[in-house]
Design a protein around this ligand. Structure first.
Ligand SMILES: Cc1cc2nc3c(=O)[nH]c(=O)nc-3n(C[C@H](O)[C@H](O)[C@H](O)COP(=O)(O)OP(=O)(O)OC[C@H]3O[C@@H](n4cnc5c(N)ncnc54)[C@H](O)[C@@H]3O)c2cc1C
Length: 451
């Protein structure tokens, strides 16, 4: 099996390593690549921001992209079986015109099925539908020592639960059976309301989560003083054909036209500084209207996907995403402290969202529980970001906050056991599956997830 040496990074391009990558295209190839000695970590479309899909030390990455077939679909149950390298974009392209949609989608459709399971991703509907993993019926895992294991809630449940959200550390997910959901159209009816400050924005999310399936707030992270935490709250429900204009009601599941914009090169650093972000945010907030309108799925769920390679707007310095969860009891104060620190640092970008989250599931490393999660981009380089990240660590520790492994590149390993109280349960399963420590990522060694 040929290995290719290449620069590898996550979406934030912080950090970037030079490492080998194998891209098997058949089950036999995959078994051969997996049998190569040395440390390895699975990799999908590389949309995790930090180091989750980067090999540790002189290890290699095993790409799932060469094995990306949809295997079967059962129209009665909505269960799709597919290889892990299939992207959510491909699934949507095939199934949305037939009236089916994924139960949970992240802010980009360019992630693989394997990456979605391994990070147990969440969407704007966590308070209603939970995470991606709760809709997985079974999965097939190539074990660290070799050999394929099918697992589900009824079969090898501890392995199943540790794999969902397990960041690739229990083995390579080869196939997934996922239950799709019927949707009335490819449109959402979206109500927009502006939140004056953090209390108001939180209240708008909390009071509306019973009436709307999809909720999210764009946050103005440069606003300070009594405007701190102001945001634009978007509340969406899937539209029925009757709610669409006649021209769209005839084919309610038609896909919107494909995006053609791209960022062709790395922008210079000054293109995205405190001044430009401040002007953008003031305009975005100021121009947002309190109203209700129909928005196609693409624009509502994946607004950033309309511009290919948008991560280049941060230039060569790269960027990191800070995503924190706070439980209901500490959310207001924890978020207030984070937003104040970020505002003071003048390092925020215009990409910042706040979401409400529902109760936790039964997967030990899954991220969310009842509360709120704030996610925002912070431009690099690492040395400029480190002091702010250290300050944010202190806030997380003080207010029982938690970071999302799929976004992280900075959190202190000392904080992880308190953030993830079921870490030891995960480690027991992981150690039993991988006693020789063959499966490792830069993230897992940095945060000592297996020790
Ligand atoms: C613009 C943008 C918006 C986003 N919005 C959200 C959001 O709203 N909610 C959310 O939850 N996430 C969000 N994400 C993060 C993204 O959904 C996750 O990081 C996801 O895991 C990326 O999938 P990938 O295929 O790119 O995986 P990669 O980034 O390549 O890998 C991610 C992890 O999955 C593991 N993995 C990948 N494939 C396999 C496999 N076949 N077997 C075992 N392990 C595997 C890797 O080892 C790694 O630990 C967003 C990312 C971007 C860039």
């Amino acid at each position: 099996m040929a290995m290719k040496d290449e620069p590898l990074a996550g979406w934030g391009r912080l950090p970037c390593v030079f490492a080998s990558q194998a891209r098997p295209t058949t089950r036999a190839d995959l078994a051969t690549a997996w049998a190569v000695t040395g440390r390895r970590i699975s990799r999908g479309l590389g949309r995790s921001y930090g180091d989750a899909a980067l090999p540790s030390g002189d290890g290699f990455a095993l790409s799932s992209l060469g094995m990306a077939k949809m295997v079967s679909f059962d129209e009665a149950s909505g269960i799709l079986v597919a290889e892990s390298g299939v992207s959510l974009a491909e699934i949507i392209e095939v199934f949305l015109p037939r009236g089916w949609f994924l139960p949970v989608v992240p802010g980009t459709k360019f992630v693989t099925l394997g990456g979605a399971v391994a990070a147990d991703i969440h969407g704007k509907n966590h308070h209603v539908d939970g995470t991606f993993g709760v809709h997985v019926v079974w999965l097939e895992l190539l074990l660290p020592r070799g050999g394929l294991l099918r697992c589900s809630e009824g079969q090898e449940a501890p392995v199943f639960r540790a794999t969902i959200g397990g960041m690739g550390l229990t083995g390579h997910i080869e196939r997934v059976a996922i239950r799709l959901r019927r949707v009335p159209s490819a449109w959402c009816k979206v109500r927009t309301i502006r939140g004056r400050d953090l209390d108001h924005t939180l209240e708008l999310l909390a009071t509306n989560d019973g009436s709307y399936r999809h909720t999210v707030a764009w946050m103005d992270c440069v606003a300070v003083g009594d405007r701190l935490g102001r945001g634009v709250v978007m509340l969406g429900n899937e539209a029925t054909p009757e709610e669409l204009p006649p021209k769209d009601a005839v084919t309610p599941h038609r896909l919107p036209p494909k995006a053609k914009l791209t960022v062709p090169f790395d922008l210079p650093e000054y293109a995205l500084g405190p001044l430009t972000v401040g002007v953008f945010n003031a305009c975005y907030y100021g121009l947002a209207k309190d109203d209700e309108k129909l928005v196609d799925f693409e624009k509502f769920f994946f607004p950033l996907d309309t511009i290919r390679d948008w991560n280049r707007i941060y230039g060569r310095r790269g960027f990191s995403q800070f995503q924190a969860y706070f439980p209901d009891a500490t959310a207001r104060d924890g978020l207030h402290a984070c937003l104040a620190a970020i505002g003071r640092s003048r390092q925020a970008s215009f990409l910042a969202v706040l979401k409400r989250s529902g109760p936790a599931n039964d997967f030990p490393l899954s991220f969310l529980d009842l509360g709120y999660t704030l996610a925002l981009d912070l431009p690099g380089p690492s040395k400029t970001l480190a002091p702010l990240m250290a300050e944010l660590d202190g806030i997380l520790a003080a207010y029982r906050g938690k970071v999302y492994f799929a976004k992280d590149a900075f959190v202190s390993p000392a904080l992880v056991p308190a953030m993830y109280p079921r870490l030891e349960e995960f480690r027991r399963v992981q150690r039993a599956l991988d006693p020789s420590g063959a499966v490792r990522s830069l993230l897992s060694t940095r945060l000592k997830l297996h020790d």
